[in-house]
Design a binder for this molecule. Structure first.
Ligand code: AMP
Length: 196
């Protein structure tokens, strides 16, 4: 059983790495951004609400996001572990996840921090805007998302570092290089070795 978080600024490559790690470690990747985007596409009530925040580069309110993630983590496939991509992003979300895990007698194994400098992340996001047409990838919204990340999410790294959970990995390089770096770092901690 492996329970991991992937944390890092927008454009660090979390989504790409989450999908790859999910396969390598045989655990589901749970991406709040993907769940919100699926709902936007499906035109659900949640999608309409989420879109109003996402398009401005703001976080979807904790009350909504927390319920969504806890429901997802209660699904049977998450019994064998999970990789959370893009959650938690606020101190309230950290508290919610802590309570959820504590109630089940579970805890996190590691928090993978993907690092990338701002110039690189902005240019990656602008490239993605062209390729995928994501409505929150305009230059103005990207800047705001980076500010929101710095103010609300970056401080969470210290919270998890105090618990000795943070594994810092350089997010620059090819997709394969970065995946190998993460897998190696996890292996050194004895995480996921059985499934690799
Ligand atoms: P991402 O794909 O992880 O970059 O997420 C895209 C957008 O979805 C974010 O800019 C937020 O608007 C929203 N979002 C994703 N995860 C969260 C979260 N944990 N809390 C609040 N909003 C989120």
């Amino acid at each position: 059983m492996t329970r991991l978080l992937l944390i890092g600024p927008p454009g660090a490559g979390k989504g790409t790495q989450a999908a790859r790690l999910s396969e390598r470690l045989a655990i589901p990747a749970v991406s709040t951004g993907d769940i919100f985007r699926d709902n936007v596409r499906g035109g659900t009530e949640l999608g309409v609400l989420a879109k109003s925040f996402m398009d401005r580069g703001e976080y979807v309110p904790d009350s909504v996001t927390n319920d969504l993630v806890m429901d997802r983590l209660e699904a049977a496939d998450a019994d064998s572990g999970f990789l959370l991509d893009g959650y938690p992003r606020t101190t309230d979300q950290v508290r919610e996840l802590d309570e959820f895990l504590a109630q089940r007698g579970e805890s996190l194994d590691a928090v993978v921090q993907l690092t990338a400098d701002t110039d690189e992340t902005v240019s990656r996001l602008l490239r993605r805007a062209k390729d995928q047409g994501r409505s929150d990838d305009t230059e103005e919204v990207i800047r705001h998302r980076l500010d929101v990340y710095a103010a609300q999410t970056a401080p969470l790294i210290d919270v998890y570092a105090d618990r000795g959970l943070v594994i810092r990995v350089d997010g620059l390089g090819s997709m394969d290089e970065v995946t190998d770096r993460i897998v190696d770092a996890l292996e050194r901690r004895g995480i996921g070795a059985a499934a690799l």
